[in-house]
Design a protein around this ligand. Structure first.
Ligand code: NAD
Length: 497
């Protein structure tokens, strides 16, 4: 397979410098081949202390810069990232195994667009109008940077997840320490280097590479940060929240998902079949919003299952650097074993494997697109996050049953409803419990609109103006405008004056 690189990379980026950190050596593996892509030294908890100290020292300067000054640096970063797009695509494909078309048309341009969005948003702070809400005072609102942000990101969209967490924080005037996933640190390190080139002051954006158990734990529970944001699995997110709670720190959590994909009997069946296949297979199904639970009207159920199985059968599986490839490998052999185990246990729990269900004869951690029909509502594949190219399918009897099944999950990140009936569409968007409901589509996102879940999928928002709120405080400033010493309200304290 072509396109893999083999280099030694800087292990962390602290105080505007590439740092050779103190932990043991770690290899980034190309999951399509099993070959090493790069080698770097892991950070240690002591390196986390140094990165947090650097972010703390840089805070007064960056939070005190004008919005226009911050915006100018972030626009420069967007331009540099755009110019380096090919290099970012190559790094992202090599470390994740995602198909090059996805990295080239979604991950990297989406990240550049998001950087541009936050460069603009830096100049659009909002609050209530300054006014005399009490006759004796003028009240105004100040929006201030929360402070030092600790953030931890996953491996599935390494560049985009870094951008989603770091850019609103920088736009708000915060300084950041990010820990990317140890499997995929390369594009986050490149982003920090580009930010430095763009003119971001040293210490504003620090990267500590390292394992979750020590470096992640040290960062999430660090006394000297002000907010902890996290994207990753629900169990780890809960540990991060517990670590941050020891110091009472604010948290924002983007966690797992188990998106329902509800197809009513009046839907455009072909569109629903294509949408389910694309929504289930994007990024090899390693997407928190991926379509995972198709819930389909009984009358069209057999045609839907047969249609998706046919599309799955035509998917081109192979070298992610080849632009004809549709489906790359899963992130690692260990993750493939987890996905395969869940699929293999499904028939014993009532599921019928209609397509896939095995690994192809390729060297990397590939797994074939898999459809499991007739799954039981209590089965593992229906309830738990698989995070692979696997779509489960169940039928429903009426609209109440469809929406009940859609909401029968602890997760609440994303969902879609497929119908040509405007009333059904409105009801589904109102009643499905999720951070995003698509109507007659599944997956598209846009920088102006928020991304974030409810329930076991976490809380808080990435992207859009809403995510700026995660990194800003609201301060009320109330000024007396009477100039008198004996203020009217003092009568509530002193009876005789
Ligand atoms: P993960 O939870 O295993 O790891 C995420 C990050 O946490 C990694 O950097 C890891 O090193 C770190 N970590 C691990 N243990 C830690 C600990 N004890 N303390 C602090 N940090 C620790 O998740 P993953 O396997 O990298 O990513 C897949 C998961 O991410 C899926 O559940 C997926 O749904 C979720 N995800 C959610 C969103 C979203 O926006 N909601 C987006 C992408 C991925």
């Amino acid at each position: 397979m072509t396109g893999s690189v083999s280099t030694s990379v800087a292990s962390s980026w602290i105080d505007g410098t590439a740092v050779a950190t103190g932990g043991g050596l770690h290899q980034v593996i190309n999951p399509a081949t099993g070959d090493p892509v790069a080698e770097y030294a892991l950070a240690s908890p002591a390196d986390v202390d140094a990165a947090v100290a650097s972010a703390r020292a840089a805070l007064p300067g960056w939070s005190g810069a004008t919005p226009a000054e911050r915006s100018a640096v972030l626009f420069a970063l967007a331009r540099l990232a755009d110019r380096q797009a090919d290099a970012l695509v190559a790094e992202e494909v090599s470390q994740t195994g995602k198909p090059v078309r996805l990295a080239d048309e979604f991950d990297v341009p989406g990240s550049v667009d998001n950087i541009e969005f936050f460069a603009g948003a830096a100049r659009h702070l909002e609050g209530k109008a300054t006014a005399e809400y009490s006759g004796d005072h003028t009240s105004s609102i100040r929006r201030e940077a929360v402070g030092v942000v600790a953030t931890i990101t996953p491996w599935n969209y390494p560049l985009q997840m870094a951008v989603w967490k770091v850019l609103p924080a920088l736009a708000a005037g915060c300084t950041v320490v990010i820990k990317p996933c140890e499997l995929t640190p390369l594009t986050t390190l490149t982003l920090a280097r580009l930010a430095d080139e763009a003119g971001l002051p040293a210490g504003v954006f620090n990267v500590v590479t390292g394992l979750g158990g020590d470096v992640g734990t040290a960062l999430a529970g660090h006394r000297d940060v002000d907010v902890v944001t996290f994207t990753g699995s629900t169990p780890v997110g809960r540990k991060v929240m517990a670590a941050a709670a020891v110091h009472g720190h604010r948290t924002q959590l983007e966690l797992g998902g188990k998106a329902p994909f509800v197809v009513f009997d009046d839907a455009d069946l072909d569109a629903a079949i294509q949408g389910a296949a694309a929504g289930a297979l994007i990024n090899s199904g390693q997407d928190c919003t991926a379509a995972t639970r198709a819930i389909v009207a009984r009358d069209i159920y057999d045609d839907f299952v047969a249609g998706v199985a046919e599309v799955f059968g035509k998917v081109v599986v192979g070298d992610p650097h080849d632009s004809d490839t549709d489906l790359g490998p899963l992130i690692s052999m260990a993750h493939r074993a987890k996905v395969a185990g869940m699929v293999e246990r499904a028939p014993a729990q009532g599921g019928r494997i209609v397509a896939g269900g095995t690994a192809p004869d390729l060297p990397g951690s590939f797994y074939l697109p898999t459809v499991i029909a007739d799954v039981d509502e209590q089965s593992e594949v229906y309830r738990d996050e698989i995070f692979g190219p696997v779509l489960t399918v169940r039928s429903f009897t009426d609209d109440d049953d469809a929406l009940r099944q859609a909401n029968d999950t602890a997760y609440g990140l994303a969902a879609s409803a497929w119908t040509r009936d405007v009333y059904r569409a409105q009801r589904a968007s109102r009643e499905i419990n999720a951070g995003c409901v698509w109507l007659n589509d599944h997956i598209p996102i846009i920088s102006e609109m928020p991304h974030g879940g409810v329930g076991a999928s976490g809380f808080g928002k990435d992207m859009s103006d809403y995510s700026l709120e995660e990194y800003l405080t609201i301060k009320h400033v109330m000024s007396d405008i009477t100039g008198v010493a004996d203020k009217q309200w003092h009568r509530t304290v002193f009876a005789k004056r």
